[in-house]
Write a protein that binds this ligand. Structure first.
Ligand SMILES: C[S@@+](CC[C@H](N)C(=O)[O-])C[C@H]1O[C@@H](n2cnc3c(N)ncnc32)[C@H](O)[C@@H]1O
Length: 314
């Protein structure tokens, strides 16, 4: 949650007092630090037992507010603004100095869909890690299942770092991604490979013929997809795969995690993993006509954060 400082309702002064050092107060301080509107910032809270200055903020115990300079006081609480305001007035603070906020100042941080996010920084950084990802995770599964590589789909291929490796032994490899710049890059990257085709994809539809693929893989992309997107895209996987075709899907296992509570907004979770897990994948597969062949829970910076599901179309 983001709490907007009540700019416009706070009088111009040499300083400001923020009453409350919780999430709301911290959010205010971050905004004031960027804008530099008040040379002096006090932050008062019951939890402070003695005055202390850290960087540009003077932290003071709540009961000392009445003795501070005559600056405007912004109450950093949506729920208790009324009570705090009353209590300040009863301590002799003038009502006109007090500014409270209501719930219209509490804003949800925006939820960006993975297909609209700007992945440029990722593309630049991830390139060097393709071999280690391939040899650690994908190759052992390939050796175990002997997938049919005659017609392969790289779903959400990015700039093609994994496709670079798969292209050497795939009969035909189709790379799809919603990012047109990434696909333009792939087209150039694989321009000397007759077996590779690159296509811009729609978020919920894959531009290949029904039943045309023998194998699909998706690496480090569906880890950010929520339940609804995976449910949708697996219907597409089922459409484009031939009967008996297989897929290796790298996805999130963050939901119900033992060390943190996954947020619905994937950008707020460790490694930006979505609120999804191996059981969700098993459920979707069962209702979309896939057999789960294996689910490999793996660590990704955090223990058991991800899962690789090997699935087969009935
Ligand atoms: C983190 S990057 C991973 C790229 C690549 N798989 C790799 O390992 O380098 C995620 C990619 O997923 C793509 N993407 C997100 N949603 C998509 C969707 N619904 N269909 C196709 N591509 C999608 C993004 O454009 C981005 O290129």
């Amino acid at each position: 949650m983001f709490y907007l400082f009540p700019f416009g309702r706070v009088a111009t002064a040499d300083g400001v007092i923020i009453y409350g050092a919780g999430e709301v107060g911290q959010s205010f301080v971050r905004q004031l630090n960027v804008l530099n509107l008040f040379p002096t910032i006090y932050m008062a809270d019951k939890k402070f037992t003695s005055p202390q200055t850290i960087e540009n903020i003077r932290y003071v115990p709540a009961e000392e507010v009445a003795s501070l300079p005559n600056y405007p006081i912004v109450v950093a609480s949506v729920k208790f603004g009324g009570e705090i305001s009353q209590s300040l007035v009863s301590q002799g603070v003038s009502q006109d100095r007090i500014v409270t906020i209501d719930s219209s100042y509490a804003l949800e941080e925006s939820q960006v869909e993975p297909h609209s996010y700007n992945w440029n920084e990722y593309y630049n950084n991830a390139e060097g890690h393709n071999e280690v990802h391939f040899h650690t995770y994908l190759e052992p599964l390939m050796n175990k299942y002997h997938f049919d590589f005659s017609n392969v789909l790289d779903f959400a291929c990015g700039k093609g770092r994994i496709a670079e490796l798969l292209s050497t032994f795939s009969g035909s490899l189709t790379c799809v991604d919603t990012n047109d710049e990434a696909i333009a890059y792939c087209s150039e990257r694989f321009s000397n490979k007759d077996n590779v085709v690159c296509k811009v994809s729609e978020p919920e539809s894959i531009p290949v013929d029904s039943g045309s693929m023998s194998f699909i893989y998706s690496w480090d992309a569906m880890v950010h997809f929520d339940y609804r997107s995976i449910d949708y895209i697996l219907t597409e996987f089922s459409r484009v795969l031939k009967s008996g075709g297989q897929a290796v899907i790298h996805h999130s296992n963050a939901k119900g995690h033992s060390s943190f509570e996954a947020d619905k907004n994937w950008r707020k979770n460790p490694h930006w993993r979505s609120e999804f897990n191996a059981q969700d994948m098993a459920h979707i597969c069962q209702k979309s006509g896939f057999i789960i062949e294996e689910q490999l829970v793996i660590d990704w910076g955090v223990k058991s954060l991800d899962c690789i599901s090997v699935i087969k179309k009935r």
